[in-house]
Design a protein around this ligand. Structure first.
Ligand code: PMP
Length: 414
């Protein structure tokens, strides 16, 4: 980025005026707004006395580790997992990713020589910027985090292929393949194919394919994502992929349903282990979700209504940054077609200062560095913007404030 000089005095005046307004705004986490949660209000009165699944199962009772077929059928196409290879589980996909990590630590994965706990070293590739909770989860188990740059088409595959081919300690990669958190990138077909086909030194390499935003379109342009499970099988790597997803940002974040999809060998491994942890998932919640969403079209219609609420907030991010920072060379930002986030890139060495200045002015931003392993962005240039939760007017006000902070941080550094 080439940067035009900023007048320090005027940047300081603008910032003093901003602080003087005594704002209390929060654009930290990608949570649905209350109005989005209201779209699923009917769930609160479902299953309305019903307690029988389509196969006759009494959902009030124990059992059915694989989850209800009617719900798995609704989500199988969006998650690109054949319904018989898709499990519907608890209320969160993150806990499934956690489970997958712990189980791989403690029990040999299909294809593995050893449990990960017995490996001299376990490392995961982390495309950056990425999702902080992925990185924190791996770090918590002592997994080494290796950064890989994100590009417009997904992780830099030249780097990924080189690293996984030579290093048997690299056991996995974190991927948010559709409307990635936080860049909004959807992986190109070639990226997905290369991930599915590449040669890995580790025989038990796994792609943690977190398809959290598969139906979360903001526009009618709905980029296609290639089918990783099918491609991996085609290339003789059927066991390479763990697919995760959830209804967290479709119905209720916190009271939705998480999904896990994989090859049959992986599912056998998984079910034998998870069967020690639970006798079955909350099928009452699964039934009310199936009754509420009905089918794929039901999900699609609901996601349109979500987009009606949040697309204007994303449009505001682009409009305000364009008005306030466009042409200054001080910042660039992503214009996602879906998902929950915008990545704002500021001059190197200023992201932390922007976040600090914003905080002092009453605007809470996601900590700078959160998009990188161990919370450390080596360039100190990336800020994740999460515009969904606040009202539109608050988003606008917060972002105008952020722009003031970007200008001041740049001016003071110059
Ligand atoms: N994956 C990604 C990429 C996310 O952004 C989020 C929520 N911010 C999650 C997973 C969490 O999903 P869940 O609620 O299903 O645990």
């Amino acid at each position: 980025m080439t940067t035009a000089p900023v007048d320090v005095d005027s940047a300081r005046r603008d910032y003093a005026a901003l602080v003087g307004r005594g704002l209390h705004l929060d654009i930290t986490r990608g949570k649905p707004a209350p109005r989005q949660l209201d779209l699923s209000a009917e769930l609160l009165s479902l299953p309305n006395g019903a307690h029988t699944a389509e196969d006759g199962t009494d959902v009030r009772n124990y059992g059915g580790l694989e989850g209800l077929a009617e719900l798995r059928r609704i989500f199988a196409p969006a998650l690109q997992v054949p319904v018989e290879q898709l499990l519907a589980a608890g209320n969160s996909s993150l806990e499934l990713m956690h489970d997958a990590t712990v189980q791989a630590m403690l029990s040999k994965l299909p294809g593995a020589e050893r449990r990960w706990a017995d490996e001299p070293r376990v490392a995961f590739l982390c495309p950056v910027p990425g999702y902080d909770r992925h990185f924190a989860l791996s770090a918590r188990f002592g997994i080494e985090l290796i950064q890989v740059p994100m590009t417009e088409t997904g992780p830099d595959m030249d780097v990924v292929e080189r690293l996984v081919a030579e290093d048997a300690g690299i056991k996995g990669i974190w991927c948010v393949p559709k409307y990635s958190n936080p860049t909004g990138v959807t992986y190109a077909e070639d990226t997905v194919r290369r991930l599915a086909a590449m040669t890995t030194a580790a025989p038990d390499f796994r792609i943690f394919w977190d398809n959290a935003y598969t139906v979360h379109h903001l526009t009618d342009a709905e980029p296609e994502l290639a089918d990783i499970l099918a491609l991996a099988a085609e290339h003789g790597n059927a066991d390479r992929v763990f697919v995760f997803g959830s209804t967290s940002k479709i119905t209720f974040a916190g009271a939705g349903v998480g999904f896990f999809g994989a090859s049959q060998a992986n599912l056998d491994w998984w079910s034998a282990l998870v069967g020690k942890r639970t006798i079955g998932p909350d099928k009452v919640n699964q039934l009310r979700h199936a009754l509420f969403l009905r089918d794929e079209d039901g999900v699609r219609a609901l996601m349109r209504r979500h987009a009606e609420i949040i697309a204007p907030k994303f449009a505001a991010v682009d409009r305000i940054f364009s008005e306030e920072l466009g042409g200054t060379g001080l910042a660039s930002w992503t214009k996602p077609l879906g998902g929950y986030f915008v990545t704002l890139t500021v001059p190197e060495g200023t992201a932390k200062e922007v976040v600090r200045l914003a905080k002092e002015a009453g605007i809470a931003l996601t900590p700078a560095g959160a998009t990188h392993p161990h919370g450390e962005d080596p360039a100190d240039a990336t800020i994740r913007i999460a515009p969904t939760f606040p009202e539109l007017a608050e988003v606008e006000e917060a972002l105008r404030g952020v722009a003031v902070c970007v200008r001041l941080a740049a001016a003071e550094r110059a």
